[in-house]
Design a protein around this ligand. Structure first.
Ligand SMILES: Nc1nc2c(ncn2[C@@H]2O[C@H](COP(=O)(O)OP(=O)(O)O)[C@@H](O)[C@H]2O)c(=O)[nH]1
Ligand SMILES: [Mg+2]
Length: 362
């Protein structure tokens, strides 16, 4: 899974990135760096440790999330760079972590002069929307030209495509992001190809500074369509970035002294999983014990494809046992004897903690 970190300049994006990845990418008060930082984070999962104890595998592989820190467009203006040159990264992302500045500090002046999380969040969400409208505008123009040149039997398809584009555009113009719009399956097949930004899940991350109080979406009076379904988390990016550089034990001591709860990483992963609707299924064996993240309820056949694309085609059956049953039974074989290991078909909706053995025809 790829999550792109977006937000206005000086909101703390690079600090959040460092807090999550334990990296030391330079955060800057002078307009930010210009490179994209990429960091891979292993999703903590205590179930893997238990399974590793049972199987003694050669490798234990946690699920991974890749975070992308995109530089803002501070050199060019006030925007968050959404329409800028890193647009392809944004389009390919599975979700956004939208950093909103809620800390005030004399050493770090806010580019707009005042700290106002509601204003900044609304304007960044609006930017996502504008970027999508621009894409759809260009496409509508092309489709219109294409229609005039198309052969008569091709025209109905072009017309349906154009109608889908115009429908989504009208929705965006009235303030409804793609993720809140209802499309038919055929409309959706046209629209998916655009990888529109407002179709992606958003986790709002309020950067509250060292002594700030948590901020809540419900207090910001955003238009309900724009804010519906957003994930939210409050953290202190600079402090968390410093803690992320310390050895685990030392960081834990600081955390207790400062009365901080869960680490930024744990919080963000938890909220990201919930907002994106992800779960982890597990595979076990002497070679490796591994977690895979997929959308909750993904069909078993498609989930098999996350392991290897050929597994989708060769899918025969999935043997499934919930993690807690496997941990109790001690082995798949015992699970089978107790009747808690089930044989499932292609359409079985995968749930969190399913330990799955795929039977594949290769
Ligand atoms: N006091 C304070 N400063 C912060 C906090 N988060 C970020 N900063 C500072 O704000 C500036 C901009 O942060 P940075 O992460 O580079 O923001 P970006 O432009 O969004 O990537 C840097 O000088 C950071 O040290 C925070 O929680 N508290
Ligand atoms: Mg930065």
């Amino acid at each position: 899974m790829d999550i792109a970190i977006i937000g206005l300049p000086q909101s703390g994006k690079t600090s959040v990135f460092n807090a999550l990845t334990g990296g030391a990418a330079e955060s800057s008060s002078a307009g930010g760096g210009s490179e994209v930082h990429i960091g891979v984070v292993k999703v903590p999962d205590p179930r893997l440790d238990v399974l590793a104890g049972m199987y003694n595998p050669r490798k234990v592989v946690p699920a991974e999330i890749k975070y992308w820190d995109i530089p803002g467009a501070s050199a060019e203006g006030q925007g968050s760079g959404i329409t800028g040159r890193h647009r392809n990264v944004l389009q390919a992302a599975d979700a956004f972590l939208l950093v909103v500045r809620a800390f005030d500090h004399p050493a770090v002046p806010h580019p707009s002069g005042t700290v106002d999380p509601g204003r900044d969040l609304a304007s960044t969400l609006e930017e996502l929307s504008f970027a999508d409208i621009e894409v759809l505008d260009r496409s509508a123009q092309r489709l219109q030209d294409g229609f005039n040149k198309a052969k008569p039997d091709e025209r109905p398809r072009v017309t349906r495509h154009l109608e889908a584009v115009n429908k989504v555009k009208a929705g965006l113009e009235s303030g409804v992001p793609l993720r809140r719009q209802e499309l038919t399956e055929s409309e959706n097949t046209f629209i998916v190809a655009y990888q529109l930004l407002t179709g992606k899940p958003v986790v709002v991350t309020f950067n509250i500074g060292e002594s700030g109080d948590d901020v809540f979406l419900s207090e910001l009076h955003l238009p309900s369509e724009a804010s519906h379904g957003l994930g939210e988390v409050s953290l202190s990016a600079k402090l968390e970035a410093e803690l992320a550089l310390m050895p685990d034990e030392e960081a834990e001591e600081f955390r207790q002294d400062l009365g901080l709860g869960e680490s930024a990483l744990a919080q963000v992963i938890r909220v990201s999983y919930a907002t994106v609707g992800l779960v982890s299924f597990l595979t076990v064996g002497e070679d490796e014990v591994r977690a895979w993240s997929v959308r909750n309820g993904m069909a078993a056949q498609e989930a098999a494809g996350t392991i290897h694309t050929d597994f989708t085609r060769g899918f025969i059956r999935a043997e499934v046992i919930p993690y807690s049953d496997l941990a109790r039974c001690g082995s798949m074989a015992q699970g089978r004897r107790e009747g808690v290991l089930r044989s499932e078909g292609k359409t079985y909706p995968v749930r969190d903690g399913d330990v799955i053995h795929f039977l594949i025809n290769v």
